[in-house]
Unconditional design. Sequence first.
Length: 153
Amino acid sequence: MTTVLVLNGPNLGRLGSREPDVYGDQDLDALRALLEAEAPQGITIDVRQTDDEATLMGWLFEAVDTTTPVILNPAAFTHYSYALRDAAAMVTKAGIPLVEVHISNPHAREEFRHTSVISGVATGVIAGFGLDSYALALSAIVRSRAAATRADR
Ligand code: DQA
């Protein structure tokens, strides 16, 4: 049984009511249900959210210690948290996939959102597809695991 950690940063606990014109009207429970429906058999989805940078970093350390793939929406931390970047780098440098996701397309929004300090250490980035960004990230993780398993044979 493999777990995928789905980590969400600040303000994403307000999904569903926060700026629905930008983020849609579905909440984190809907995200959990979507990913559970998309996950192949044997994959467990662990969706978490925090407004606290240290907690988010602790979850990334946990991913390193347990070799758990990560889908990360760093939210506003995307744009300025070097601490989170360094923690994310520990994940990918350990050979564990970490996909950065965004519900909106930050590049189509205010200038300060055009910079991600996380992208340079992420395995890949998916943005702009609403909650489907997470489903696409899950698919990318599952496909890369399948490819790695085939290469091992
Ligand atoms: C976001 C985009 C960020 O710019 C913003 O601060 C968020 C959400 C997104 O999912 O589109 O909180 O990461």
